[in-house]
Ligand binder design. Structure first.
Ligand code: 4G3
Length: 230
């Protein structure tokens, strides 16, 4: 997959070239390019923002540099995504479907957002990572890229990716333990040491159900309904 990011702050994207996403790029499963919107400004001072028509607080990103940067990256197979608090809320299902795209272009807004006409002209989809406001779309963009990249075939070891079925189940993850068997007086549950895989699976499912019931009553209701339908 090819991903283009358009931002006024390319330096914010350093973390995306570490760890698993670094390996994905080295293995040519993912190609990530971050471009500076300012490089497209035709203004003498490379300005990319201006006061909002109608007044109000803060600045708005001007359409020209944004429009030109998007058009420069766009191909017939691209999907252009804008990160904003008024987008459709991102989830695991969306992460899986975006992982199947050929070319994604992420547009990161700063200040109080971008001129609406750019969204109208170029943006295919508006996505939010949750009901809160960030200083810019960059962190939201990295969240979406990380979540989708781990669903590209080959990016994770196959054992790791299997675990995601816990989110379509829909139950929260069961607790995990590793060595030592006793840590600060706390013991690993006996059943996990038994070697009885059927009992282990049963224990984990019970744990998942219990933690979901406690922490996410909304998911628990969904789970009960799904079980009934079976
Ligand atoms: C206001 C995305 C702020 C308007 C972006 C863009 C939160 C999210 C911004 C606008 C963001 C999110 C930039 N904050 N919840 N800040 O995904 O168009």
């Amino acid at each position: 997959m090819k991903i283009d990011v358009l931002t006024l702050f390319p330096e914010m994207f350093a973390p995306i070239n570490a760890s698993i996403l670094k390996r994905a790029q080295e293995n040519n499963l993912l190609s990530l390019e971050v471009a500076n919107i300012r490089d497209y400004s035709k203004d003498t001072h490379r300005k990319c923002d201006d006061y909002p028509y109608g007044g109000g607080n803060g600045m708005v990103m001007t359409p020209q540099p944004l429009y030109d940067s998007i058009m420069d990256k766009k191909t017939p197979n691209s999907k252009v995504i804008y990160l904003s608090p008024k987008g459709k809320v991102f989830n695991q299902k969306k992460a899986i479907s975006l992982a199947k795209e050929e070319h994604l272009i992420f547009v990161c807004g700063h200040y109080e957002g971008v001129d609406e006409r750019v969204l109208q002209l170029c943006v295919d989809e508006e996505i939010s990572i949750g009901d809160f406001v960030l200083t810019g779309g960059e962190l939201a963009c990295m969240v979406v890229i990380d979540a989708l990249a781990r669903n590209i075939a080959g990016v994770l070891g196959n054992e790791e990716s299997k675990n995601d079925e816990s989110f379509s189940l829909p139950l929260l993850e069961y607790p995990q333990y590793t060595r030592p068997q006793v840590f600060e007086g706390l013991e690993v549950p006996q059943v996990l040491l038994s070697g009885n895989h059927k009992e282990v699976d049963k224990f984990r499912l019970e744990q998942s159900i219990e933690i979901t019931k406690q922490r996410r009553p909304d998911l628990y209701e969904k789970y009960l309904k799904m079980k009934d339908e079976k």
